[in-house]
Design a protein around this ligand. Structure first.
Ligand code: IVH
Length: 671
């Protein structure tokens, strides 16, 4: 087993943060920022690293859960039987592998396995509990064990019976199924939203999920939703022995079940069903992304059991992504909330799998170059279920010679500031914190607890302040008057005073909080603290060169460059000036020691020390106001030489830098 170093730990932490963030966007906000393929790439990287360093797997790692955490605002519901997920097959061979495993694990005499086959709906999985025939609780799948209580919302869906049909109803039945939105309803809804300036849903699935997980059930009631029942959880007071009968029973109880469910006697029938379903896919009113194959007999299902939250008795055989040809009219660059610049192809509108597509992401500069996409090109685009449409390839044979190459701008198209692409990264970013595309997110970061700590100033307030043009950057907050705040919706005297009070209280931040609040790329709270301790004031920090910054322990070239760029952006400098004018105190970090004996001194450590580890020695030096650098230069004041010193010792002798042995160092620090 290899031993992880700091870089690996950082990478794992960073991946988890990114995955958690994108999980949150996707599952909690229903508004993904990246494609599933990109998400999968991040996830696979984390899985790989955790495989290599199993000791670093934590219970809260995104690899350790099946879905996302429920929203705080909904009550939670524990499913009495876990809602499992499905293993995937993407080819006939993979389906046959599944079948072979089923045969192996079942008894020898069962060479004839019956499968129920059905569409794999692309919506949101829910569970409905019926007691004595009455709908009592409805929940989302959540993480498979605990979901959200969305009873009121589900009650507004007309295809969900509130009272089951028929006599001799089971005492209890938990019905599972998928809430979906039809393709034409989805398009109509998006057109309406476009008209009223609301954000568009990325696809029917997101529209269905967003509608079910809506806190106001009145809004849900206006959304055209459907539910297809595809299975049961706990059932009491009725004996069912196989899935097919279960589906027929659900139909009898008044649930909508797919008319395309079939019972197959052998694998050939399963394969023919795949071809048939694929051929009618585009004609279905709703989206499906494959078929689900389930061992029919419950008794055999039980014997096969499950493995890591997926049953061994079922598999989802996915369809290939939907593709179509169209022409690139234009390539624009959109700016995301984090300042990421994404090239987007504006297309001649085309229907892909029954949904109109007029834009497709080109991801980043390298992708555009790799695929060589030019304005005027005919391209193949695809939608893969939940993915934002993307350009797959250019149809080069259709080129006329008039196509225009795309050049990634070096300025932000929204605010005109410099756009930079940090080394080793694929994404260009706008470097200004005053960019309107980023301003709301930056404001939220600015006011948060680890930043300026404006308790009681929430995202909703900030959004309104920006939308009503009361502020356009962080510093404007400090010039707000009561009459400005009163212009906000649902604002009263008391609330306005609380907001002003919170803003006022934030005028005396610690240096660490202030640096963090500025939102310098790659500078989290810990690095903000390192910068505060090392440079002791903003006035000093903003004068450092990239080399100076890189000399600080924990600051690598990428972070150093972000810091340098931040303080060399005229818009950022203006905001800093405005903050001062607005009464924000730029503190000087007080060094804990009376006379900060090492203030301004740079040390280099080489060789092993008996009384301290490297980190302890570094901490002592930093606590006394000094700096530890990793290499000897003309700026080095002392080189501390331990046992078996390295080349830094030779360099010290060569450059005539003062050297100290361990005893001399101890004397210096009076230990
Ligand atoms: S059966 C163990 N049947 O697929 C059985 N699921 O990856 C699991 N889904 O969360 C569910 N259509 O949202 C089943 N006909 C179908 C389905 C289906 C769509 C979704 C469902 C579930 C996910 C599992």
């Amino acid at each position: 087993m290899s031993k992880p170093d700091k870089k690996i730990l950082e990478r794992i932490k960073n991946l988890r943060e990114q995955i958690n963030y994108h999980n949150y966007r996707y599952y909690v906000l229903d508004s993904p920022e990246i494609s599933d393929a990109e998400y999968d790439r991040l996830f696979d990287q984390l899985v790989e690293l955790e495989k290599k360093y199993p000791e670093l797997v934590t219970p809260d790692s995104p690899t350790q859960r099946v879905g996302a955490a429920p929203l705080d605002e909904f009550k939670t519901v524990r499913h009495s039987l876990p809602m499992l997920s499905l293993n995937k097959a993407t080819s006939e061979a993979e389906f046959l592998d599944f079948h072979r495993r089923v045969l192996e694990l079942s008894e020898a005499q069962e060479k004839k396995i019956k499968y129920t086959v059905e569409p794999k709906f692309d919506g949101l999985a829910v569970e409905l509990v019926y007691r004595k025939g009455t709908f009592t609780i409805g929940s989302t799948r959540g993480d498979g064990v605990v979901g959200e209580d969305v009873t009121l919302n589900l009650k507004t869906i007309k295809s969900i019976p509130l009272r089951l049909l028929g006599k001799n109803l089971p005492d209890l039945i938990e019905v599972r199924g998928e809430v979906i939105m039809n393709k034409n309803d989805f398009e109509r809804l998006n057109k309406q939203r476009e008209k009223s300036g609301e954000p568009l849903f990325a696809n029917p699935r997101n529209a269905a999920a967003g509608s079910v997980r809506q806190l106001d059930s009145k809004i849900t009631s206006t959304r055209p939703l459907n539910m297809f029942a595809y299975g049961t959880g706990r059932v009491e007071g009725k004996r069912l022995s196989n899935h097919w009968d279960g589906i027929q029973f659900l139909k009898k109880l008044g649930f909508k079940v797919s008319q395309h469910v079939e019972l197959c006697e052998n694998v050939n029938q399963v394969e023919s069903y795949y071809d048939k379903l694929l051929s009618i896919r585009n004609n279905l009113p709703y989206e499906i992304d494959g078929m689900v194959i389930k061992v029919n007999e419950f008794e055999l299902q039980e014997r096969l059991g499950e493995l890591s939250r997926s049953p061994r008795w079922a598999v989802a055989w996915k369809f290939p992504p939907q593709q179509e040809n169209t022409r690139v009219k234009e390539i624009i660059v959109s700016v995301g909330r984090t300042g990421a610049l994404t090239p987007v192809a504006i297309l001649e509108p085309v229907r892909v799998g029954g949904v109109e597509v007029s834009r497709a992401t080109l991801h980043n500069e390298d992708e555009v170059k790799k695929k060589d996409v030019r304005v005027g090109d005919t391209v193949v685009i695809q939608r893969a279920g939940d993915v934002i449409p993307e350009v797959v390839k250019v149809v080069k044979s259709k080129r006329t010679g008039k196509e225009k190459r795309f050049v990634m701008p070096d300025q932000c198209p929204v605010c005109g500031s410099k756009a930079e692409r940090p080394p080793g990264e694929a994404i260009h970013r706008c470097t200004s914190i005053a960019c309107p595309a980023q301003i709301k997110e930056n404001l939220a970061h600015f006011v948060c607890k680890a930043g300026m700590d404006m308790d009681g100033v929430g995202y909703k307030h900030l959004e309104q302040m920006v939308d009503k043009k009361l502020i356009s950057d962080q510093a404007d907050l400090y010039f707000l008057k009561k009459q400005d705040i009163m212009k906000m919706d649902r604002m009263g005297d008391k609330l306005a005073e609380n907001i002003l009070d919170a803003i006022d209280k934030s005028r005396n931040p610690s240096l660490t909080n202030l640096i963090f609040a500025l939102g310098i790329r790659n500078v989290g709270y810990h690095l903000a603290d390192v910068l505060a301790k090392t440079f002791q004031s903003i006035d000093n920090l903003d004068k450092q060169s990239i080399e100076d910054l890189t000399e600080v322990h924990e600051i690598g070239p990428i972070v150093a460059e972000s810091i340098y760029n931040f303080f060399h952006n005229s818009k950022n400098l203006k905001i800093l000036e405005k903050l001062k004018k607005g009464g924000v105190k730029f503190p000087r970090e007080k060094v804990k020691f009376k006379e900060a004996p090492f203030s301004g001194k740079t040390f280099v450590l080489t060789g092993g020390l008996d009384s301290f580890t490297r980190d302890e020695a570094r901490k002592i030096i930093e606590d006394m106001g000094g700096r530890v650098s990793s290499s000897v230069s003309k700026k080095t004041d002392f080189v501390i030489v331990g046992k078996d010193p390295g080349s830094k010792y030779d360099k010290a002798l060569e450059s005539k830098v003062k050297t100290l042995d361990e005893e001399e160092f101890k004397k210096l620090i009076q230990r």
